[in-house]
Design a protein around this ligand. Structure first.
Ligand SMILES: Cc1cc2nc3c(=O)[nH]c(=O)nc-3n(C[C@H](O)[C@H](O)[C@H](O)COP(=O)(O)OP(=O)(O)OC[C@H]3O[C@@H](n4cnc5c(N)ncnc54)[C@H](O)[C@@H]3O)c2cc1C
Ligand code: FES
Length: 337
């Protein structure tokens, strides 16, 4: 066990051998800034002032060449080799609402959602406690590094963790999940993580999902549906699919109280080259270009949650902030690196 000290404060936390600094800090309740936990976004950059620290994945794309030259590291990939002092600003938005815990989970069920997305249900010994929209890190001893997957269900005492995972043909973890693990097999699950979780702010809600970004948005729609304080509010759920065969999620929302009255589903297909009128007569284009029409103006009145490819998240962020002047505090998103 090593001690990590945050420069300029009396704050310290313990970090197990081999444990990334980010996870140890969040487990201790500190608001270390982060987003993806998997080396992609660069939000968790920090400087080492004293002590030896090693990057588990030195090529992680979240670090630029300039960062590397300056000796910066990513807290989600950095493990201490001795006690150390680091320079990293804290962010109270990142204080975990539920402290992450590492546990073993067993696969209990899987089924198809679309031609390339499957639901995977795991069970842990204790309860599955998390906020709607958060994710967990899955690790297998056969694969280098953890992978983030968002829960599609709600917190529960039965220890059920449900994921909706897209089959990435060359992806190491998805190949493992789709081809190698069977019912009863165990994986390591660490979580919950993520700051883009549902908070009832008294505003109407917009959820935008692209591709496998479906899972956290379904979880948020479930939380909205069950929250008595949201009864007078509406939720618009936009799903951006590449082709008609990728469209999904409506059946999951149809099961929710309020569907059709205050919960509305809109699918948008982006790849017109594959379309004939028989296949698809709904809206066409990139999902963010339809937000204005769906909401019929008044974009500043809503709380926005979105998840999916980084390009989609950036397009929504730019559109809402720059074109429609929505406050950044109303935008909550996960980019799936
Ligand atoms: C916050 C978040 C939530 C996500 N939620 C979902 C979801 O609900 N459903 C879904 O289908 N996908 C989700 N993803 C994407 C998912 O985590 C994987 O990126 C995807 O499944 C591809 O993984 P792979 O191993 O199959 O592909 P690969 O191409 O083998 O791996 C890509 C991923 O692994 C990481 N990685 C690669 N090499 C290393 C290494 N040596 N050490 C450490 N990390 C490495 C990369 O940062 C990247 O995240 C999410 C991603 C993020 C960041
Ligand atoms: S949180 Fe470390 S790179 Fe994204």
């Amino acid at each position: 066990m090593y001690m990590v000290t945050l420069q300029g404060t009396q704050e310290q936390f313990e970090c197990k051998k081999g444990e990334p600094i980010l996870r140890a800090g969040l487990r201790a309740g500190f608001g270390l800034p982060y987003e993806c936990s998997v080396g992609g976004c660069g939000t968790c950059k920090f400087d080492v002032l004293e002590g030896q620290v090693e990057m588990l994945w030195p090529e992680a794309p979240g670090l630029s060449d300039r960062d590397k030259r300056k000796g910066r590291m990513l807290a989600c990939q950095a493990v201490p080799l001795e006690d150390c002092i680091i320079k990293m600003r804290l962010d109270k938005e990142c204080i975990p609402p539920v402290l992450p815990v590492n546990r073993s989970v067993g696969l209990i069920e899987r089924y198809k959602i679309t031609h390339d997305i499957e639901a995977f249900r795991f069970k842990s010994e204790g309860p599955a406690i998390f906020k709607a929209g958060q994710y967990a890190l899955l690790t297998s001893p056969k694969i280098e590094g953890a992978r983030a997957y968002s829960m599609s269900n709600l917190s529960n005492d039965e220890g059920i963790w449900e994921f909706q995972i897209r089959n990435v043909p060359e992806g190491l973890m998805t190949r493992h999940l789709f081809d190698q693990i069977n019912i009863g097999d165990k994986l390591e699950l660490d979580g919950p993580y993520g700051v883009a979780f549902f908070k009832n702010t008294g505003r109407d809600v917009v959820c935008v999902a692209g591709g496998s970004g479906l899972a956290p948005m379904v979880s948020i729609a479930k939380a909205f549906s069950e929250d008595p304080a949201c009864k007078e509010h509406t939720l618009h759920f936009l799903y951006g699919a590449r082709t008609p065969s990728d469209v999904c999620g409506e059946d999951m929302l149809q099961e929710l109280a309020g569907f059709g009255d205050r919960i509305f589903y809109h699918a948008i297909v982006s790849n017109p080259e594959t379309l004939t009128q028989d296949e698809w007569d709904g809206p066409v284009g990139l999902v963010h270009t339809h937000i204005y029409d769906v909401l019929d103006g008044n974009l500043q009145e809503y709380e926005y949650y979105f998840a999916g490819p980084p390009k989609m998240a950036t397009a929504i962020d730019t559109l809402l902030l720059e074109k429609y002047d929505v406050a950044s505090s109303q935008l909550h998103y996960d980019r799936f690196f």
